[in-house]
Ligand binder design. Sequence first.
Ligand code: URA
Length: 211
Amino acid sequence: MKQDNLTVITHPLVKAKITQMRDKRTTTKEFGELVDEISGLMCYEITRNIELEEIEVETPITKTIGYKMKGNDMAIVPILRAGLGMVKGIHQLIPTAKVGHIGLYRDHDTLQPVEYLCKLPSDLSSRDVILVDPMLATGGSAIKAIEILKEKGAKTVRLACLVGCPEGVEAVQNIYPEVPIFLAALDERLNENGYIVPGLGDAGDRLYGTM
Ligand code: URA
């Protein structure tokens, strides 16, 4: 697994909140709140390299020079359904972002992800995309979603997941080495059922109470 383009957030708040999410006793409500909070905290790193431009601002005291985001606006694109949980925390911090949606299901025979919904901002090519999905397991869904985004004209894509494993990170890096990956935790491995170990179980089920 290459370290280039991989950021694992080590902030104590993120570590503590991820641990609360892992706990099987955490309720659906608490789980959703934690996804929100961690996604917001991750935003700090995800947006670290965005460009700013100087603007003049007048405070009640005097004029001074401040900053605003320069150039491309952003788009937040969740992979349905679990990715939806990560939108609010990021959108609150980047309210000018538009939100697209990609729905994928896994074909029973081929086990490959298949698109069933794709609704993206019409000006996608002029936006920096943050693709969100809580779990980076095999990497199959993320790879398919990046392929769709690129086909639709996205020029820059950042992938943000809460929990990843080496198998998923490597799979994405092998095909899209240019896509920066942000994780709140990098776990040990994938098990034979496609779950991340130790992980947190099925993120969609835990978010929506469908266990
Ligand atoms: N998707 C999940 O929700 N959890 C995993 O552990 C792997 C994939």
